[in-house]
Design a protein around this ligand. Structure first.
Ligand SMILES: [Cu+2]
Length: 379
């Protein structure tokens, strides 16, 4: 089923790419203000007219990937964790459902039964002369040690999971840099030519002006659908780097077991591997201002070949199929970072006393944060 769908999507993509030049020019031109009406600037890709050539999106912006019911998005009335598509997520899901919840339930039931038994057994009517017992060494040792043992048993897999969640990506990972903005996400693929994608929430039909693009069910659930999806390959490690332009945001996709704060001036990093193709939705998960609830994340996970086609359609490059560069991305202000190098150059070029290094702002920022490098130059 999925295989057939993949083939269809690919075929549709190729067909669209071929047709786009001829048939798409007219409607796109007519609907030109559609993209402009978004809140955030969508001028990310200045080099290539990417959208029409994208093998994954139809010309009108309709996605070629369809949503699988119950996977990658919330469902009304569902209790519990979303189905997981990463190793960490699957382990955490099992840990939660098979260890933690049963344990909590068992402890609660046990304590409740003890209470009921004590209330019944030691009631006044049955004990006209109260017992004077005040200590019982054996039972005190048990009720101290038993919780300790339980906590230690829980701690072992917990700490293992915690460690796994922050494991650096292995060599050959594809790097995705997610940048939080008030209030939208922008994305860069530093290993794939550094093109940028801006993702805004799609509004409902009654919220947009005539001719403007609005959300359809194919785009995704209300408040979760984005005009541009992030495309990532399946089965390839993803190096996720987050940062922010303004305030703290958080890049979170429940189906990936990923929630990583995006902090201005800093880079946070984690890695994950998506196991199955599909559409996965998430949201900013750090209260970041008035429109915090309206900066969704939509990830389209596709086979590597399709990812490569999308990258090329966006004007990017694939270093080696399935193998991104392993270059180290230095933290702002660290040795080897652009800001540090610029600082060194500025110091070399200075002929007189330098009153304040930070005033000689390097022309090139480190790029990782997108912030001017002046804030780091003096450190
Ligand atoms: Cu935010």
């Amino acid at each position: 089923m999925r295989k057939r769908f993949k083939g269809l999507a690919l075929a549709a993509g190729v067909a669209l790419a071929g047709l786009s030049a001829a048939s798409q020019a007219a409607p796109q031109g007519a609907a030109a203000p559609a993209g402009v009406s978004n809140i955030a600037p969508t001028t990310a890709n200045a080099t290539a007219p990417a959208a029409p050539a994208s093998p994954l999106l139809a010309q009108d912006g309709a996605p070629a990937t369809t949503i699988e019911p119950g996977i990658g998005h919330p469902v009304a009335g569902r209790i519990g964790i979303q189905p997981q598509v990463t190793t960490n997520g699957q382990f955490a899901h099992w840990f939660h459902d098979s260890i933690l919840v049963p344990l909590i339930v068992a402890i609660c039931v046990f304590v409740l039964l003890l209470l009921l038994w004590v209330v019944f057994r030691f009631r006044k009517a049955a004990n006209p002369i109260p017992s004077k017992t005040s200590h019982n060494t054996a039972i005190e040792i048990v009720w101290t040690l038993a919780p300790v043992v339980i906590l230690v048993l829980i701690a072992v897999p917990s700490i293992g999971l915690l460690q796994a969640q922050f494991k650096p990506a292995p060599a050959g990972a594809v790097t995705l840099k997610a940048i939080g903005n008030q209030w939208y996400w922008s994305y860069q693929y530093p290993d794939n030519g550094g093109f940028e994608v801006t993702a805004n929430m799609l509004k409902e039909k009654d919220q947009v002006a005539k001719g403007e693009r609005f959300r359809t069910d194919a785009d995704g659930p209300r408040l979760l659908a984005a005009d541009n999806r992030i495309v990532l390959p399946v089965g390839v490690p993803i190096r996720l780097i987050t940062t922010s332009q303004d305030v703290i945001h958080s890049w979170a996709v429940p189906a990936f077991w990923i929630k990583l704060d995006a902090v201005p001036g800093r880079l946070n990093e984690t890695s994950f591997t998506i196991k199955q193709p599909g559409l996965y939705f998430g949201q900013c998960s750090e209260l970041c201002g008035a429109r915090h609830a309206f900066m969704p994340i939509a990830v389209e996970a596709v086979p590597l070949a399709q990812f490569a086609a999308w990258v090329r359609a966006k004007g990017g490059t694939m270093p080696t199929p399935g193998k991104a560069s392993d270059k180290v991305i230095p933290q702002p202000g660290a040795e080897g970072s652009a800001a540090k190098q610029a600082e060194g150059n500025a110091a070399d070029a200075a002929t007189g006393p330098v009153e304040n290094v930070t005033t000689t702002a390097p022309t090139s920022s480190q790029g990782a944060t997108g912030n001017p490098a002046t804030g780091n130059a003096g450190q």
